[in-house]
Structure formats: C-alpha cells, structure tokens
Design a protein around this ligand. Structure first.
Ligand code: ATR
Length: 284
C-alpha cells in the first residue's frame, strides 16, 4: 500500500443513496485494516478527467456505479472475461501494477438468489425487466447457471439493447434461449407465462414509483404456481415487490445482493475473506 492507510471509493452520479461507504468501512474495521472509502459523485466530464489521471488519485481500488460502469472499461489495463462479456465493471482493483475491472454484481446476484431466495436458476424460465447494465449482469448470471429461458422485456424504442444482449450472450450460452419482449401488456403477458422468477433490473424503482407490471397480469400464487419476484433496488420498498407480495408470491429486494457484490469487491482489494455479517449489519 505504501501509505499508512488504504483508500477506496465509489464513482457515480447521483450517489445520494449509496450504502457502500458504511458497508466497506465497517468491513475494513472488522478485519483490522486502516482504510477509508469515499463517495465521488462526479459528472461525466470530471469522471473522464479523473480516470485519465487515476494513478494520481492514490486509490487502492474503487467501485463504479451508474452511469459509468461501461465507460470505466476504456481506462483500465484489462477486465475479467465476465465483465468484458457483460460490458460493465463495478469493481476496479490493482494486480501487479495493472488496473483491472471485474463485475461482482453477477455473483452478488447469484448468491442472494440462492441463499435468501432459495432459488436455483437451472432449467428455469426467467423474466428480466430492463436491458441496461444491471439487466446484462443478471441475464449473464442466469445463463451461466443453466436457466432454460431468459426473457428480456424493455421499452420498444430501446429494443436495440435487448437485441444486443441476445446477440452477445447466445454464442456464449447455447443451451439458454434468449427471448426479447416489449415492456407493454402484451409483452408482459407472454413473459409471465409459465415463468418461475421475475426480476426488476430497471432503474424505475430508484427514480420514481412505478409498478411496471399491472397486478391483473400477475397470476395469483393461490391459483397457480408460486413465482419469485426480485427487485435489484435496495434502498426502499418498491411497488413492484408490494404488488407481487399482495398476489401471494415470495419477494426479494436487492439488499443482500449489495452485500455480496461488496464482499467480492472487498476480497479483490484486500485478499481477505469479507466479514459478510458485519457488512450486512452496517447497512440494515
Ligand atoms: P443499470 O446499470 O442500472 O442497468 P442503465 O444501464 O442506465 O442502468 O439501465 C437502466 C434500465 O432501466 C434500462 O433497462 C431502462 O430501460 P430501456 O432499456 O427500455 O431504456 C430502464 N428504465 C429506465 N427508466 C424506465 C422507465 N421509465 N420505464 C421502463 N424502463 C425504464
């Protein structure tokens, strides 16, 4: 490290709701490391200027969030194959003097799905709402875990995003069927047919209140099989989950995913096992 303390941070805009500083600083303290973790809420122009001169920043590692997860890649010396396929990096770490990017959202998502959701995606049909960076990480994780169908629903005018997911992931996961749908009544009806898991990977719940799926389209768990509903949003209850819960389904928010993605970042930075329970407690 060369300094008496470690220095980490997170870049994004806006960063108002970030829980990462509290979570990571609690983790450093718990394992006896002297280190700080700071939020850098910067506009695109400032972000680029800082990344070009990142060696002057004196950071040991950092997280990147919306809207820079893709952009950061061009300033790095390399990225993991997973991050390259997803085209999004949320964790930057140093190895042998090189700055490398990883996507810890994938495993964060999968661990939470398995542990808290008690859900194994293998041979399952999944509906993913959204086709941005988060949706790409989720779709990749599901296919990697052997999902049968990954149905991606987003807005018609951004159709190119879901088509890109299909084009990029199909050759990597020939056993998984990638299906593109419109985020409207008709598309959602098709997407919900025989589905096992529904994931909100849009930023809708972060920015405003929107249910995304009308309650009338969601089959009642009493009459049909139970569906698990997962919202990646972690800082507030969303109407998406509330609606699903009212229809009798199990629901899962993004809080544990946040913990597990942070735990993997911590391990990449420090080489130490992350104190997951401490990290969870710091943000709950
Ligand atoms: P992230 O990294 O969180 O995925 P992003 O790449 O900006 O952020 O993606 C935001 C996602 O939220 C997109 O999938 C976007 O949908 P489109 O692909 O249709 O653009 C989705 N999103 C944002 N606002 C939305 C809205 N009002 N209704 C539906 N989807 C919305």
């Amino acid at each position: 490290m060369g300094r008496e303390f470690g220095l980490y941070g997170i870049f994004g805009f806006p960063l108002g709701h970030t829980l990462s500083p509290a979570m990571q600083e609690a983790a450093f303290q718990a394992v006896g490391l002297k280190a700080f973790y700071l939020p850098f809420e910067v506009r695109a122009k400032e972000f680029r200027a800082l990344m070009r001169r990142r060696s002057c920043l004196l950071l040991d590692g950092f997280n990147v969030t919306v809207p820079y997860k893709r952009e950061v890649m061009k300033y790095l010396d390399g990225s993991t194959p997973e991050a390259r396929a997803i085209q999004a990096v949320n964790t930057v770490y140093q190895k042998g003097g090189r700055w490398l990017g990883a996507n810890t959202d994938v495993n964060g998502f999968l661990i939470s799905l398995k542990k808290e959701g008690r859900f194994d995606p293998k041979t399952k049909n999944v509906l993913v709402l959204g086709a941005g960076g988060a949706a790409r990480a989720v779709a990749y994780g599901l296919a990697k875990s052997g999902a049968c169908e990954v149905r991606i629903a987003n807005r018609l005018r951004y159709q190119f995003r879901r088509e890109k997911i299909r084009k990029d992931f199909r050759p990597l996961f020939p056993k998984t069927k990638f299906i593109g749908l419109n985020l409207n009544r008709n598309g959602l009806r098709k997407g919900l047919e025989g589905v096992d898991l529904v994931i909100n990977a849009t930023s809708v719940g972060v920015l405003y209140e929107d249910v995304l799926i009308p309650a009338s389209l969601i089959p009642s768990a009493a009459s049909r099989k139970e569906i698990l509903f997962f919202d990646l949003v972690y800082h507030k209850p969303t109407r998406f989950l509330e609606t699903a819960r009212k229809r009798g389904h199990r629901v899962l928010d993004g809080r544990n995913m946040l913990v597990y993605q942070g735990a993997e970042a911590f391990r990449l930075w420090t080489g130490k096992r992350a104190p997951v329970a401490v990290m969870r407690k710091a943000i709950w």
